[in-house]
Design a protein around this ligand. Structure first.
Ligand code: 13P
Length: 254
């Protein structure tokens, strides 16, 4: 089963409107050179979605959002609905990102509700999972990933799985400069794929893309992406520099 590599930039709470539009323009122009071999998305802050949408026009780069709320509308101050995102041509949305779980305090249940709502509305989801350093030291890496994958997918049918990407992002590797070794990342990805098989069967497990995230840089991207169960990356800091992000995209082609 060949899976098309998928590289997404998570811009987090960075950039101003002009900077976001400029970076999106660089990615859009550069992505033409990478071509159809790799799928690419960028996920700016909510307030920059519209500017980035315009900058991406005419390119194959997809627009992603970093979060959503699961209710369709109503008195939920500060929240953003699926319809609002779709109104801005958003295709992808992240759920369960480590910073939302560990900084903002989102639970497995909330991540599941958001994932179900996004897929139900027609958005594609990048469901993020990963263990903390304490959990890794305690030998819990696989059990944490399994719990987060099973909980995140609790409301997702087999038919909907084609619109789910998993991102394995070990918490200790995010923004730290410390990357999982290709072998460690591969081991976690392989186990996540087994869990997908237990939940939805071997065919869906083989077709589902699993990105690696956590201090991916131009220098280490190719060795990570060469592993059999790593299907591209979810890139934070290195996605904020256009040339470096394009280099990471090219690394996913090989
Ligand atoms: P860094 O690439 O900055 O480590 O961030 C990874 C990440 O959290 C992407 O979602």
């Amino acid at each position: 089963m060949s899976r098309r590599p998928f590289v997404a930039g998570n811009w987090k709470m960075n950039l101003n409107r002009a900077g976001a539009a400029e970076l999106a323009g660089v990615v859009a122009r550069g992505s033409a050179e990478v071509g159809a071999a790799v799928e690419c998305a960028v996920c700016p802050a909510f307030v920059h979605l519209d500017a980035v949408r315009h900058a991406l026009e005419g390119s194959e780069v997809r627009l992603g959002a970093q979060d959503l709320y699961f209710e369709p509308d109503g008195a939920f101050t500060g929240e953003v609905s699926t319809a609002m995102l779709q109104d801005l041509s958003v295709r992808y949305v992240l759920t369960g990102h480590s910073e939302r779980r560990h900084v903002i305090g989102e639970t497995d249940d909330l991540v599941s509700r958001k994932t179900t709502a996004a897929i139900g509305a027609g958005l594609d989801v990048i469901l993020c999972v990963g263990e903390t350093i304490e959990q890794r030291r305690g030998g819990e890496t696989d059990s944490v990933n399994e719990r987060q994958v099973r909980a995140g997918l609790a409301g997702i049918t087999a038919e909907q799985m084609s619109r789910i990407t998993i991102a394995y992002e070990p918490v200790w590797a995010i923004g730290t400069g410390v990357t999982a070794t290709p072998d460690d990342a591969q081991a976690a990805h392989a186990r996540i794929r087994e869990v997908l098989g237990e939940v939805h069967g071997a065919e869906i497990a083989a077709a589902t893309r699993i990105q690696y995230g956590g201090s991916v840089k131009p220098e280490n991207a190719a060795s990570l992406f060469s592993m059999p169960d790593i299907d591209g990356g979810l890139i934070g800091g290195a996605a904020l520099k256009g040339p470096g992000f394009l280099e990471i995209m090219r690394a996913a082609c090989t």
